[in-house]
Design a binder for this molecule. Structure first.
Ligand code: NAP
Length: 274
């Protein structure tokens, strides 16, 4: 058995022999992407994620190599900082390192209820993009509009893609599946569609002509490099971004927290306090 959990923020209570003592008592946040390596394009073959198979963060104490530990952004509480690592990193790389988002781009974030989607949304708005969303919940769309979205459409509606009156320079997705073809329709000429998940499974129905004629780039993305993590923390501090924390549970309520996530009731990250 191993202790799961990739995200974490806390205080350094003990250091190894080769780590300077001044590191003790620092308020820190953990990069869960272990062994990315030096290539910014792709991770090394032995890349792994904190929490599997090594013991992760669902515990009072976690042991990680010092190089994966960064100062906690000063503008954030521990609960807010703990919400960032894996999702924030994935969102940052997808938008900036992969899709090469530009100021003023029209951006579509699908499934705004997703943890990573919400970070991508906040980052794109802070960067100066014009951001739209989809969701299976009108309530979540309205929340996104309150947070600065220009508009949103419920992907459960038939022909939902026709409800958008604009096309997009950048589309961020984690659903894939048959709905992905609609994202190709919604991409502007020269658009970039980046995806990091496959909740809805295999994509069987893309019309190649739409992709090559519109010069669309379809980009896969996974977590991020050490540089992406550092750049993301800088970006969060610079723009004073507050992660959306749906609810904080004590560790004893972990089962309840996981059920809330399984029901997709949350808007934002669910955090466990130890
Ligand atoms: N490659 C990586 O590095 C990486 C990193 C993180 C996550 N992932 C993967 O990405 C996926 C999402 O993970 P997550 O933790 O960010 O999300 P999550 O919190 O599990 O949420 C998933 C969201 O997907 C949305 N969704 C469901 N059906 C959809 C559809 N047909 N079209 C568009 N959106 C739909 C829902 O949004 P609404 O509630 O708004 O309807 C739901 O809230 C998972 O498959 C996960 O394994 C990969």
């Amino acid at each position: 058995p191993s202790i799961v959990g990739s995200d974490g923020s806390g205080i350094v209570e003990k250091v190894g022999d080769e780590v300077v003592n001044s590191f003790l008592n620092n308020e820190v946040i953990i990069n869960p992407g272990i062994n990315w390596g030096d290539n910014q394009n792709v991770q090394k073959a032995d890349f792994k994620i904190l929490g599997l198979p090594d013991d992760g963060t669902f515990a009072q104490y976690v042991k990680v190599n010092q190089k994966y530990v960064y100062p906690k952004p000063a503008n954030l509480s521990f609960e807010e900082a703990a919400a960032i690592p894996l999702s924030g990193l994935t969102a940052y790389r997808a938008l900036f390192s992969r899709a090469n988002i530009q100021k003023g781009d029209k951006v579509l974030i699908s499934g705004i209820g997703g943890g990573t989607a919400l970070f991508a949304f906040q980052f794109a708005i802070a960067f100066g993009a014009e951001v739209y969303v989809t969701s299976g919940s009108d309530e979540k769309i309205n929340k996104a509009i309150e947070m600065g979205a220009k508009g949103g459409v419920n992907y459960k509606n038939e022909n939902w893609e026709k409800e958008f009156k604009v096309t997009f320079d950048v589309i961020v997705d984690s659903a894939a599946g048959d709905g992905f073809a609609k994202l190709v329709d919604l991409a502007s000429p020269g658009g970039r569609i980046v995806f990091y998940g496959g909740t809805k499974g295999i994509i069987n129905n893309i019309n190649p002509q739409k992709v090559f004629w519109k010069q669309i780039s379809i980009l896969g993305s996974t977590m991020g490099s050490d540089k992406d993590f550092k750049d993301m923390l800088y970006f969060i501090e610079k723009h004073n971004i507050k992660p959306v924390v749906d609810k904080v549970y004590n560790f004893e309520q972990a089962q309840e927290a996981i059920e809330r996530m399984a029901n997709a009731d949350q808007f934002g990250k669910i955090v466990l306090n130890f």
